[in-house]
Design a protein around this ligand. Structure first.
Ligand code: UT7
Length: 324
């Protein structure tokens, strides 16, 4: 008997307010043509009076509903975010309190920026496979609009707010590549690139959260091989060729990066999920948002073989291969 983590629920939530490229052109010196051609982004959702925990909570409720579970069934809550409500405690403990999980259920946040959801999946999958927990809720949630400098056209056009969630549950497999659930994961970091994508402040340095600053070209250059590696390595670990998968869900930062990674992996365009056009870059929320939206619409189906691949500040990167 081989324990695997099966994805049994998915959820997402976007704040109501939609901001178009034309809206942004009224705030900074930009235009729809530049944003569309350089990034593929058309619209993004921006929070008004909601907090990151509100976005996370709504995504979690949907994921529990799709899983047919109640909060009491959860043994673990992990939230990935760079935009928590408070510096401490974690968003995960706030969600635990709001959902009404059993007292004692472990809950913690992970900070791995845009790779955060994949990092969270790895932790949950490992704890499930070790038999420490049976059912886990993993959320990626961000209010990036709160750490964006709305006078900086280099960054403010790129990001959006939202949350995505997944419920994982222990299931039995035979250990073969035909099992359902998470088949392989891999995460990486290279701290020598710390300065290329960061906030220009933080609690111990400036006592403020700071605003996002980025050397876009350096991030772009690193992102393509990192996202490609994240996909290739997990496919190989699971015993698959990348060409055998049904869907690739890459981190949604820039359509040019996404297309390039798809090409490098030899995947036809139709197999590469794109959500950056209507979400922008939602960091830790980007992959679970795209996953949930496409499961909900029926485009991605139970039984499909999916690779998630992410890259973000740190730099961090990694992937997961899942049979849904
Ligand atoms: O989430 C983690 C992963 N993040 C990423 O993967 C982001 C990676 N980087 C990128 O996606 C791209 O580098 C950007 C979209 C950020 C920038 O695209 P680029 O093609 O690298 O543009 P650039 O930074 O070289 O800027 C080109 C020009 C500059 O003008 P000059 O110096 O050539 O006159 C910028 O000032 O475009 C200008 N520019 C803009 N123009 C209109 C920069 N932002 C804007 C803007 N509107 N919003």
């Amino acid at each position: 008997m081989h324990i695997r983590s099966e994805l049994i629920g998915w959820g997402h939530y976007l704040p109501k307010k939609v901001v178009t490229n034309d809206d942004l052109s009224k705030i900074v010196d930009t235009n729809d043509e530049w944003i569309s051609t350089r990034t593929g982004i058309k619209t993004r959702h921006i929070v008004e009076d909601e907090l990151t925990s509100d976005l996370a909570y709504n995504a979690a409720k949907m994921a529990l509903d799709r899983a047919g579970l109640s909060a009491e069934d959860l043994d673990l809550i992990i939230v990935s975010s760079v935009t928590p409500d408070n510096t401490t405690p974690s968003v995960a403990t706030k969600i635990a309190g709001r959902l009404g999980v059993k007292v004692g259920t472990p809950a913690f946040d992970i900070l791995a920026a845009c790779s955060g959801f994949v990092y969270g999946l790895v932790q949950a999958d490992n704890m499930i496979r070790l038999g420490q927990v049976k059912t886990a809720l993993v959320i990626g949630a961000e209010s990036l609009s709160k750490i964006v400098d709305w006078t900086d056209r280099n960054t403010c056009v790129l990001f959006g707010d939202g949350a995505g969630a997944a419920v994982l549950r222990a299931c039995e497999g035979d250990g073969s590549k035909n099992d359902k659930g998470i088949l392989a994961t891999k995460i990486y970091a290279d701290g020598t690139h710390y300065d290329y994508l960061k906030t220009n402040g933080g609690v111990s340095s400036t006592k403020t959260a700071g605003f996002v600053s980025m050397d876009g070209k350096e991030v772009f250059k690193f992102a393509i091989p990192a996202l490609t590696q994240g996909a290739e390595v997990v496919a190989e670990m699971a015993g698959y060729k990348v060409s055998e998968i049904d869907w690739l869900i890459p981190h949604q930062a820039n359509i040019r990066i996404i297309s390039n990674v798809g090409e490098k992996l030899g995947l036809p365009e139709e197999k590469v999920i794109v959500a950056v056009d209507h979400h922008g870059n939602t960091s830790a929320a980007s992959i679970p948002l795209a996953l949930s939206e496409n499961l909900e619409s029926g485009k991605i189906k139970k039984g499909d073989l999916v690779i998630l691949t992410a890259m973000g500040a740190g730099f961090t990167w990694g992937g997961a291969i899942i049979r849904l």
